[in-house]
Design a protein around this ligand. Structure first.
Ligand SMILES: NC(=O)c1ccc[n+]([C@@H]2O[C@H](COP(=O)([O-])OP(=O)(O)OC[C@H]3O[C@@H](n4cnc5c(N)ncnc54)[C@H](O)[C@@H]3O)[C@@H](O)[C@H]2O)c1
Length: 467
């Protein structure tokens, strides 16, 4: 999906800046996120109205006392109330009417079916809409709740529109900006957020969100609503994965009488491969001479030592499902001849050990499909047959595929493959393959396992595996 930010030209931003004079911010929901925002935004000089249905929280904030335990917040609220920058009310609609910008920070708990309960988001959005019905000035709404992708445009906006009788862009603008603060260090995190992510419906709203959420304009990332909504979930899934991973490392190490903290002290110092964007691009399954072998060895040690390692044990299962997903996608195109561009486990090597592409090739051949292969690092002859011989012991079940490979009979040149195959599967993001895909014959399908292009081609014959 391409992001349409056509309106974000310098000219519109400058014009918007000239028309935007921020006065008062209402914050709906005085829970952990809302009340920290009240204290921190008032400390930055904004007039802030806190609104909640819970009278006890409202009374606490109105009296300049923090309703939650959070370091530094009590002082900020006390100062805010004393200097008359902070007020609080149970009348949500009035708070919206009396403000220029509304931050929505109500709860989004787990629903009975395990999904996200949007009851509070819907009710608060309706209250905003009711207030806007009686307001002539343009209003800015910033959603800070963690919500399923699509919620801002498909739930919040329609609720506001229905209750206000106004249209997005006419009476109000909307922004989704996920909150990344951590309880316990929330005040410090608000001042120095790891990032500020802004997805806005228009230039004015983007500018207002910048002014409210990024004190010094640093670290602001602009994106689409759904990417921002998804990012919040992905961030937390990643944090959960890290905690579970570190704990499994701890159990694994303890079973071997190795100090897990010494191992992880060393681990985190590698910012090239361990804590880096490396290995974090959706693509095809892992393979090669190291990853599968060492994951298996760790699983073996865990089992032998009676240690439960569910995350580590699930890695090969998940990896295999990526191969199966590619297999299903290719089969769904009902190919006559499949051309595989790249067979080694990654580009720039002739190593075939545990290449997921060999596994994929075998599954396609088992379906009775004709498969042709182009890999510039594999040439028929002595080197290829010794490569294939070296992987036979690990791939006993792939005999027919490896026989065909060893003779070199499945290998073809790139032009021949592009001429003869009706489905092209690309696993190496090389310039030659990218160029061949761009210039393919009309009607030839491409299954991209390597994300060849930054912008996903909007073509019916282009299929990405994970995008
Ligand atoms: N707590 C965190 O550390 C944290 C961090 C990042 C994001 N978030 C997200 O921010 C959102 C808020 O989280 P929280 O922990 O502050 O929630 P919370 O449950 O502590 O507070 C929510 C508040 O909203 C109020 N509320 C509910 N419906 C209302 C309505 N219609 N009008 C006015 N007030 C209403 C409730 O009374 C409550 O005080 C959630 O989506 C959460 O996932 C939380």
């Amino acid at each position: 999906m391409s992001l349409n930010f056509a309106w974000r030209t310098a000219a519109t931003l400058v014009a918007a800046e000239a028309t935007t004079q921020l006065k008062t911010i209402s914050i709906i929901g005085l829970g952990y996120v809302g009340v920290v925002s009240v204290g921190c935004l008032s400390a930055r000089g904004f007039k802030v109205i806190g609104a909640d249905l819970d009278a006890a929280k409202v009374a606490s904030v109105a009296a300049g006392r923090s309703p939650i335990v959070e370091r530094g917040l009590g002082d900020l609220l006390y100062d805010g109330v004393r200097s008359r920058r902070v007020t609080a009310t149970c009348d949500v609609a009035q708070a919206v009417r009396d403000s220029d910008v509304t931050l929505l920070a109500v709860g989004t708990p787990t629903s009975a079916d395990g999904g996200c309960d949007l009851t509070y988001v819907r009710a608060a959005s309706r209250a905003i809409g009711e207030a806007l019905a009686a307001k002539s000035a343009y209003h800015f709404v910033i959603l800070r709740c963690s919500v399923p992708p699509g919620t801002t445009i498909d739930v919040v906006v329609p609720e506001i529109e229905a209750a206000s009788g106004k249209k997005l862009g006419d009476g109000f603008g909307i922004c989704f900006s996920p909150e990344f603060l951590r309880e316990g260090t929330a005040v410090a995190d608000f001042a120095e957020p790891p990032k500020v992510v802004i997805a806005a419906s228009d230039a004015r709203t983007e500018l207002v969100a910048r002014q409210v959420l990024s004190e010094r304009g640093q670290n602001v990332l602009i994106t689409s609503m759904t990417a921002a909504e998804t990012l919040k979930y992905v961030d937390n899934i990643w944090h959960a994965t890290k905690v579970v991973f570190a704990n499994e490392v701890g159990r694994f190490c303890k079973s071997l009488d190795v100090d897990s903290h010494e191992v992880m002290r060393l681990f985190v110092q590698d910012t090239k491969l361990n804590l880096s964007p490396y290995y974090l691009r959706p693509g095809f399954a892992f393979g090669g001479s190291c990853l599968p072998k060492e994951v298996r060895a760790a699983m073996h040690i865990g089992a032998a030592n009676g240690v439960s390692l569910p995350l580590i044990d699930s890695l090969l299962v998940s990896n295999d499902s990526q191969i199966e997903e590619a297999h299903r996608l290719i089969a769904s195109l009902a190919p006559r001849v499949v051309g595989l561009l790249g067979l080694t486990f990654k580009s720039g090597t002739d190593d075939l050990r545990e290449s997921p592409m060999v596994e994929l090739m075998a599954r396609l051949q088992n379906d009775g499909l004709r498969v042709r292969v182009c890999d510039p690092n594999l040439r028929p002859g002595q080197q290829l047959s010794s490569q294939v011989r070296s992987i036979r012991h690990a791939h006993g079940d792939l005999k027919a595929t490896l026989d065909a490979l060893e003779t070199g009979g499945v290998l073809d040149t790139l032009p021949t493959i592009m001429n003869e195959c009706d489905v092209i599967v690309v696993s190496h993001a090389t310039e030659a393959f990218r160029d061949a895909v761009r210039k393919r014959r009309p009607g030839v399908h491409v299954v991209d396992l390597a994300r060849l292009f930054t912008e996903v081609p909007q073509e019916a014959t282009y299929h990405g595996l994970s995008w």
